[in-house]
Design a protein around this ligand. Structure first.
Ligand SMILES: NC(=O)c1ccc[n+]([C@@H]2O[C@H](COP(=O)([O-])OP(=O)(O)OC[C@H]3O[C@@H](n4cnc5c(N)ncnc54)[C@H](O)[C@@H]3O)[C@@H](O)[C@H]2O)c1
Length: 333
């Protein structure tokens, strides 16, 4: 068997901000190789080395020898249309997050994939960030968690026109709080703002609770002049903080409260203890995601993929957040 036989044949749909990185990786990884890339706008970032692989439409990709899998990295509202074209041809699919722009479309996408009997997963890439993987592995260090807080703020990426910040960005947080907390989202309340005059919201504050009673909050916007990506878990023995921009993970332990001041001793509080910054192996999250997806396509059912049903749930939670913001009520998804 040659090295080429061992590689899955992959394609990328959409050579934009994220698709170009999928294309870059598929031209370098040992477990797969790029056999086609579809973008009606061409390869504007020069991501594909062999220009013969850049195609105008899906029909051209499926014409001769369809790829084993394709990464759908087109604007969110186009995901379901691409899945409808590819799944019936037996092409396995890695669909960028969020799975679709509405829960109804996400359900249709699942139906299309199930009927075709293909393997399909969602690219919630934060789950492959070394800082968050490390945080999840070390949850015991903080004792029983009672709060998960995330912050995902920064400037507006001009590319996003079809959805607002809740579906484009907060879907990362809605997926993460559930994944870190190990329990479903039970309720959400939210505030949104439209500061920049676009049709969709550009800021959201979410507060919610998991079924396990752990509270969570997420601050997400496209309005902050400095990019921040922080997730922290607070427990009764300390706090873990992951910075997914720098892939840093730090543990802050509670200290033992000792005070000679008797009034303060009567109060049961938290004191500052030791802190540890972990040395992590920093592998590129998108590469780890592709590796897991390809292993799963090859039949490794233990590979850590994000299922379409989890992707649907997250789109449903985003819709619950928007409904909560509109009504001012707490919503139980
Ligand atoms: N995982 C992440 O962190 C992450 C980051 C960015 C974007 N995304 C997701 O990836 C998707 C794409 O986002 P982006 O920022 O790369 O968008 P983008 O606008 O930069 O690129 C989209 C590309 O798709 C092309 N396109 C449009 N319709 C197409 C079709 N039918 N077939 C083939 N190509 C088509 C466009 O010409 C464009 O080049 C969105 O769903 C987004 O939410 C995920």
């Amino acid at each position: 068997m040659t090295a080429e036989d061992r590689q899955l044949r992959g394609a990328v749909l959409g050579l934009g901000m994220i698709g170009r990185h999928h294309a870059r990786l598929l031209q370098t990884v040992p477990f797969a190789r790029l056999v086609g890339a579809v973008d009606p706008g061409g390869d504007r970032f020069g991501a594909v080395r062999d220009s013969r692989l850049v195609l105008d439409d899906v029909a051209a990709l499926l014409a001769d020898d369809p790829p084993d899998f394709a990464v759908i990295a087109v604007p969110t509202e186009e995901h379901v249309r691409c899945a409808r074209q590819l799944a019936p041809a037996g092409v396995h699919l890695l669909v960028e997050k969020p799975l679709a722009s509405t829960a109804a479309e996400a359900r249709e996408l699942i139906d299309v994939c199930e009927r075709a009997g293909i393997r399909a997963a969602v690219g919630h890439v934060e789950r492959y960030n070394p800082a968050l993987i490390g945080l999840r592995e070390r949850m015991d260090e903080v004792g029983a968690p009672f709060l998960i807080a995330t912050e995902r703020v920064g400037p507006f990426p001009d590319r996003v026109r079809d959805v607002g910040v809740v579906k484009d960005l907060a879907t990362h947080d809605l997926d993460l709080v559930r994944w870190l907390g190990g329990a479903p989202i039970a309720s959400v309340a939210a505030q949104i703002s439209h500061r920049t005059g676009r049709e969709h919201e550009d800021l959201v504050l979410i507060t919610g609770r998991l079924g396990s009673d752990v509270a969570f909050n997420s601050v997400v916007d496209w309005l902050t002049p400095a990019k921040r990506r922080i997730s922290r878990v607070l427990g009764d023995r300390g706090m873990l903080v992951a910075d997914t921009l720098t892939a840093d993970l730090t543990l802050f332990r509670n200290g033992a409260v000792t005070s000679e001041w008797s009034a303060a001793q009567a109060l049961k509080g938290v004191a500052e203890g030791d802190s540890t910054r972990f040395a992590l192996a920093r592998r590129e999250p998108l590469l780890v995601e592709l590796e897991a997806f390809c292993a799963w396509v090859r039949g490794d059912d233990t590979a850590p993929i994000v299922t379409l049903h989890e992707g649907l749930e997250t789109v449903g939670h985003a819709e619950a957040v928007l409904a909560a913001a509109r009504s001012g009520e707490t919503v139980r998804p």
